[in-house]
Design a binder for this molecule. Sequence first.
Ligand code: TTP
Ligand code: MN
Ligand code: MN
Ligand code: MN
Length: 484
Amino acid sequence: EKPGLELAVVSVPSYACQRHTPLLHHNITLTDALSILADNAELGENEGRGVAFRRAAALLKSLPQEVRGAEQLRGLPCLGEHSLRVIKEVLEDGVSHEVETTTHSEQFKAMKALTGIFGVGAKTADRWFREGIHTPSDLQRSGHTLNRAQRAGLQYYDELNLPVTKSEAVAIGQIVESAVHAVLPGAEITLIGGFRRGKQTGHDVDFLITHPDEGREEGLMPKVVSWLEAQGFLLYQKTTGNSYLESKEGPARPASNMDRFERCFSIFRLSTDNEGRENQTGRENQTGRENQTGREIQTGREIQTGREIQTGREIQTGREIQTGREIQTGREIQTGREIQKGREIQTGDGPQTYSPTLTNTDPHTHSDSPHPLPQTLVVVGDHAQKVSWVLGHSQCSGPRSWRAVRVDLVVSPYSQFAFALLGWTGSKLFERELRRWAVHEKAMTLSSHALYDRKRTQYLRASSEEEIFAHLGLEYIPPCDRNA
Ligand code: TTP
Ligand code: MN
Ligand code: MN
Ligand code: MN
């Protein structure tokens, strides 16, 4: 018997929601390979295949030690034929041919770059790719009519692809709290998403808002958004009303990831200098910002006129250090790595020179100069907006003291809070597995609103995540172990 066979003896349950999956795990090389194939499948809109790779990767993330040989995998669930083949290849050769081919393919690179634009999904990216648009700068030059989200996504492309740090998330949290408490005292704000699972960086910051007096939360979002807008904190927002009550659909719509809460997808303008950050809470801020800005208040315009670029670059440089550090600190296994990978694909630079600029995504320009983009003014949409990065060389102003950050806000009635919390903490695969477990093993439907027992034909109430796990007959898995 070879040493290491003990892994096969360990019995591993097959649903990710039955397992503890920590952020840091022992099989990163293997899970990185599988997630590239999952990404590729999802970008090709082959969801089933994507899920198969994600389940295989999640299984490996939950193992207590590094897998060194394929024989250790005997008896483990979730490993399909294709995933096993890839795992074996990586174990034996260090790389998988299919993964290498994928990461180097023009289509994959283009789809990654284009779906990296906020507001652009796989369908749209694929259509553009077929038209020969491979990069955000190609898109910019194409003159395509973009919707409001996509225009913002293009305008803040670089920054939105920089990982959001935990301290930035905390600073955003203070702003959100000021806004919420200004319009509804007593409301409760909870950090959800990846940061609640213990990630040190994220692609955005997610918050769940509720109020102990059921009903008080109704119509809250437009007020919060107005407050934030008046204070100059929002670069973009799209608010959707609560459609749960009006929906005539059956209980706890099965197998859907979308919920019907009042929500807001936004881009925040986060001050990045310390002085600004201190002022960034509450009323005072208005003044703080005016002082500090004089220049920046014009930013509303200037964002579109070129200071930004400069600033964008500065921020990037400023943050490179941070990013590099984080990559070393054990990693942000998700966001940071992906970006790092994206960069590696495109430039091959070391992590300390990470620079997620558009130039990196352009195969014709990346090696030529640090700022190879044309010095042209480009008009996007009906508002004349110079897209920031096009003005890469602009010297018209000093360093910018803020950055753009994606923020998701969700409002839930108090009675649904536990379900919303569980549904919005993630990971996405963990959520999917919870719903699959509920349906297939318990004849229940779980959503971010409710849990419905189909045999007893009744809703099961819960005021905590622990109660929901108990209803589902699952051991409680804390947020930090939901990183499937
Ligand atoms: P994300 O913010 O997309 O992911 P994340 O926070 O886990 O990772 P990252 O650091 O990259 O931001 O989603 C957070 C959770 O919200 C995820 O579990 C899925 C859930 N969610 C919904 O329930 N409904 C929705 O419509 C969306 C967009 C997300
Ligand atoms: Mn998130
Ligand atoms: Mn080149
Ligand atoms: Mn989110």
